[in-house]
Write a protein that binds this ligand. Structure first.
Ligand SMILES: [Zn+2]
Length: 153
Protein backbone atom coordinates (compact mmCIF):
# COMPACT_ATOMS: atom_id res chain seq x y z
CA UNK A 1 0.00 0.00 0.00
CA UNK A 2 1.27 3.44 -0.92
CA UNK A 3 1.68 5.86 1.97
CA UNK A 4 -0.51 8.95 1.76
CA UNK A 5 1.41 12.09 0.78
CA UNK A 6 2.29 14.28 3.75
CA UNK A 7 1.53 17.48 1.87
CA UNK A 8 -1.62 17.31 -0.16
CA UNK A 9 -1.99 21.00 -0.91
CA UNK A 10 0.05 22.70 -3.59
CA UNK A 11 2.75 25.32 -3.04
CA UNK A 12 1.93 29.02 -3.14
CA UNK A 13 3.96 31.86 -4.66
CA UNK A 14 3.22 34.54 -2.07
CA UNK A 15 1.27 34.23 1.13
CA UNK A 16 1.11 32.55 4.51
CA UNK A 17 1.11 28.91 5.51
CA UNK A 18 -0.11 28.20 9.03
CA UNK A 19 1.24 24.78 9.91
CA UNK A 20 1.01 22.37 12.85
CA UNK A 21 -2.53 23.41 13.73
CA UNK A 22 -4.22 21.09 16.22
CA UNK A 23 -6.76 18.87 14.45
CA UNK A 24 -10.22 20.41 14.31
CA UNK A 25 -9.06 24.01 14.76
CA UNK A 26 -8.37 25.13 11.15
CA UNK A 27 -11.93 26.13 10.33
CA UNK A 28 -12.23 28.08 13.58
CA UNK A 29 -9.02 29.97 12.79
CA UNK A 30 -10.19 30.80 9.27
CA UNK A 31 -13.45 32.14 10.70
CA UNK A 32 -11.71 34.06 13.47
CA UNK A 33 -9.32 35.74 11.03
CA UNK A 34 -12.32 36.32 8.72
CA UNK A 35 -10.56 34.89 5.69
CA UNK A 36 -13.86 33.24 4.75
CA UNK A 37 -15.48 36.65 4.30
CA UNK A 38 -13.36 38.13 1.54
CA UNK A 39 -12.23 36.90 -1.84
CA UNK A 40 -8.78 35.62 -0.95
CA UNK A 41 -7.85 32.15 -1.98
CA UNK A 42 -7.59 30.01 1.14
CA UNK A 43 -6.67 26.34 1.09
CA UNK A 44 -7.49 24.31 4.17
CA UNK A 45 -5.97 20.91 4.85
CA UNK A 46 -7.68 18.83 7.51
CA UNK A 47 -6.27 15.73 9.23
CA UNK A 48 -2.96 15.78 7.36
CA UNK A 49 -0.14 13.44 8.37
CA UNK A 50 2.43 14.98 10.70
CA UNK A 51 5.64 13.44 12.00
CA UNK A 52 5.49 15.33 15.30
CA UNK A 53 1.74 15.45 15.88
CA UNK A 54 0.23 12.38 14.23
CA UNK A 55 -2.43 14.42 12.51
CA UNK A 56 -2.62 18.16 11.96
CA UNK A 57 -4.55 20.85 10.15
CA UNK A 58 -2.95 23.38 7.82
CA UNK A 59 -4.08 26.66 6.24
CA UNK A 60 -2.63 28.43 3.18
CA UNK A 61 -3.68 31.98 2.45
CA UNK A 62 -2.55 33.44 -0.85
CA UNK A 63 -1.28 37.03 -1.16
CA UNK A 64 -1.52 37.74 2.57
CA UNK A 65 1.46 37.99 4.91
CA UNK A 66 0.04 37.45 8.37
CA UNK A 67 1.08 39.92 11.08
CA UNK A 68 2.27 38.78 14.50
CA UNK A 69 -0.87 40.30 16.00
CA UNK A 70 -3.04 38.09 13.81
CA UNK A 71 -0.80 35.15 14.66
CA UNK A 72 -1.52 35.76 18.37
CA UNK A 73 -5.18 35.07 17.69
CA UNK A 74 -4.27 31.69 16.22
CA UNK A 75 -2.61 30.73 19.52
CA UNK A 76 -5.95 30.83 21.30
CA UNK A 77 -7.06 27.84 19.25
CA UNK A 78 -3.74 26.16 18.63
CA UNK A 79 -0.76 27.34 20.72
CA UNK A 80 1.72 25.04 18.92
CA UNK A 81 0.96 26.32 15.40
CA UNK A 82 3.76 27.74 13.26
CA UNK A 83 3.45 30.56 10.73
CA UNK A 84 5.46 30.59 7.50
CA UNK A 85 5.55 33.71 5.34
CA UNK A 86 6.26 32.91 1.71
CA UNK A 87 7.53 35.06 -1.14
CA UNK A 88 8.47 33.67 -4.54
CA UNK A 89 7.84 30.11 -3.34
CA UNK A 90 10.43 30.51 -0.55
CA UNK A 91 9.91 30.79 3.21
CA UNK A 92 11.15 34.28 4.08
CA UNK A 93 10.06 34.19 7.72
CA UNK A 94 8.94 31.54 10.14
CA UNK A 95 7.65 32.10 13.65
CA UNK A 96 5.70 30.39 16.40
CA UNK A 97 2.44 31.85 17.59
CA UNK A 98 2.40 33.36 21.08
CA UNK A 99 -0.60 33.52 23.38
CA UNK A 100 -1.69 37.16 23.76
CA UNK A 101 -2.36 38.51 27.29
CA UNK A 102 -5.74 39.76 26.12
CA UNK A 103 -7.92 39.67 23.01
CA UNK A 104 -10.06 42.61 21.96
CA UNK A 105 -13.10 42.78 19.72
CA UNK A 106 -12.99 39.45 17.88
CA UNK A 107 -14.68 36.82 20.04
CA UNK A 108 -18.12 36.68 21.64
CA UNK A 109 -18.73 36.13 25.34
CA UNK A 110 -20.13 32.69 26.19
CA UNK A 111 -22.46 34.26 28.77
CA UNK A 112 -25.69 35.13 26.90
CA UNK A 113 -26.58 37.72 29.55
CA UNK A 114 -23.28 39.57 29.12
CA UNK A 115 -23.69 43.23 28.19
CA UNK A 116 -21.51 42.65 25.09
CA UNK A 117 -24.15 40.20 23.78
CA UNK A 118 -27.08 42.60 24.19
CA UNK A 119 -25.44 45.92 23.35
CA UNK A 120 -22.90 46.86 20.71
CA UNK A 121 -19.89 46.95 23.00
CA UNK A 122 -16.58 45.49 21.85
CA UNK A 123 -15.58 42.38 23.77
CA UNK A 124 -12.38 42.14 25.78
CA UNK A 125 -11.03 38.95 27.31
CA UNK A 126 -8.05 38.19 29.50
CA UNK A 127 -6.30 35.12 28.14
CA UNK A 128 -5.04 32.49 30.58
CA UNK A 129 -3.19 29.36 29.55
CA UNK A 130 -4.33 26.28 31.46
CA UNK A 131 -2.50 22.98 31.41
CA UNK A 132 -4.66 21.58 28.60
CA UNK A 133 -6.70 24.45 27.28
CA UNK A 134 -6.82 28.19 26.98
CA UNK A 135 -9.25 30.07 29.24
CA UNK A 136 -10.83 33.41 28.47
CA UNK A 137 -12.11 35.75 31.19
CA UNK A 138 -14.62 38.35 30.07
CA UNK A 139 -13.66 41.87 31.11
CA UNK A 140 -17.33 42.92 31.33
CA UNK A 141 -19.05 40.05 33.18
CA UNK A 142 -16.10 38.05 34.62
CA UNK A 143 -17.41 34.88 32.95
CA UNK A 144 -14.62 32.35 32.36
CA UNK A 145 -14.86 29.92 29.47
CA UNK A 146 -12.74 27.88 27.08
CA UNK A 147 -13.07 27.70 23.32
CA UNK A 148 -12.44 23.97 23.21
CA UNK A 149 -15.17 22.31 21.19
CA UNK A 150 -17.38 25.37 21.27
CA UNK A 151 -18.42 27.81 18.60
CA UNK A 152 -18.89 30.81 20.77
CA UNK A 153 -17.61 33.47 18.42
ZN1 LIG B 1 -19.07 38.59 29.22
Amino acid sequence: LAKPKTLSVSAIKTGTVIDHIAVGQALKIVRLLQFDRDERRVTIGLNLQSKSMGLKDLIKIEDVLLSEEQACHIAIFSPQATVNLIENFKIVRKFCVALPPAIYGVLSCANPRCITCTESIATLFQVEAGSERVWLRCHHCEHIFSLEGENTY
